[in-house]
Write a protein that binds this ligand. Structure first.
Ligand code: ZN
Length: 320
């Protein structure tokens, strides 16, 4: 990351009136994830829970906070947000709230044994070599052990209220991603980040055009024009509408680069990911690169700028 935020692990830091940020370490990626504590009359709402790695010391963290955690809210089912939910619920006795669609996908991915195999098989259809896909199966199973989500949470829908905050649908980074909004303050999970941009990937059983969903979400945020936004990684965003527009431009540019990589000869998502992200990525990062490439290719198909060709074994794309 170009400008590193101060990593203060496990010590709640006040970042706004009645808003505390708890930063937990991650073994990879941005190396940290932010959880938030939002003050309400009956206690705190904990937003997101980190990984289930090394048992986050929720008891110790929350000792430093005045008052009980009344509820836990999960923005989306990615490991670094939902993985510590079981531990956080056990430490606080608080109920867990999660989106209906998001929880369904959470159970499908983390609650069943065969997900890494299913993902690998799907990636091979998009051109990922079998040996790369096999390595992903192995690491997928290792990783799944650190995702201890809370079974049977209270399911919420966009428009509901949780702890005095309005639940907002913000699909794109995850199909069922939810954010919280109150008095112009947005707690955005991984929907709006700075300085990194959220990953927008296509996955098996996901909605067909996640980038289209995400660009719509960015437009909605720009229109909503909140005065501050707190994201799951990186910095607090003082001008959310501006940041939403910046990220939309970033994807427009990447769409153009993706379109430029296509021609009359069919290319698969793996090939195009090399054009966009280079050829030296290790398997786990290649997986994200292919998923991100596919979300852009599928967006181009929707826009009529690319064509998808599909047979029993492979999916490939040509210029339209
Ligand atoms: Zn995420």
């Amino acid at each position: 990351m170009p400008k590193l935020i101060e990593h203060v692990f496990a010590r709640p830091v006040e970042v706004g009136p009645g808003i505390l940020r708890v930063t937990l370490p991650l073994p990879s990626g941005p190396r940290h994830v932010h959880c938030f504590l939002l003050k309400d009359e009956d206690g705190w709402t904990l937003v997101d829970t980190g990984l289930g790695l090394d048992e986050p010391a929720w008891g110790e963290i929350l000792e430093q906070v005045d008052g009980p955690v009344a509820r836990i809210f999960v923005t989306h089912m990615h490991p670094d947000h939902v993985g510590g939910a079981e531990a956080a619920a056990a430490a606080t006795g608080a109920p867990v709230f999660q989106g209906r669609l998001d929880y369904a996908q959470c159970e499908l991915v983390w609650g069943t044994d065969g997900w890494p195999e299913q993902l690998a098989e799907w990636l091979v259809r998009y051109g990922v070599p079998v040996d790369v896909a096999e390595e992903l199966i192995e690491s997928g199973h290792v990783f799944a052990d650190f995702v201890r989500f809370a079974w049977n949470p209270t399911l919420v829908e966009p428009g509901d209220e949780v702890g005095g905050w309005r639940v907002l649908a913000t699909p794109g980074h995850a199909d069922g991603h939810l954010s919280l909004l109150r008095d112009g303050v947005l707690v955005a999970g991984d929907t709006l980040l700075a300085p990194i941009t959220p990953a927008i990937g296509l996955y098996p059983n996901s909605r067909p055009d996640p980038l289209g969903d995400y660009l719509q979400t960015l437009r909605a945020i720009a229109e909503l024009d909140p005065h501050v936004s707190y994201g799951g990684h990186g910095e607090t965003i003082a001008e959310p509408a501006e940041r939403a527009r910046e990220i939309a431009v970033h994807h427009d540019e990447r769409l153009d680069r993706t379109a430029a990589a296509l021609g009359a000869e069919p290319k698969n998502g793996y090939d195009v990911s090399h054009v966009l992200f280079g050829s030296t990525l290790p398997p786990i990062q290649r997986r994200f690169a292919v998923a991100e490439t596919l979300s852009h290719l599928e967006r181009l198909v929707v826009l009529g700028r690319a064509r998808r060709r599909e047979d029993d074994l492979t999916v490939s794309y040509t210029a339209a």
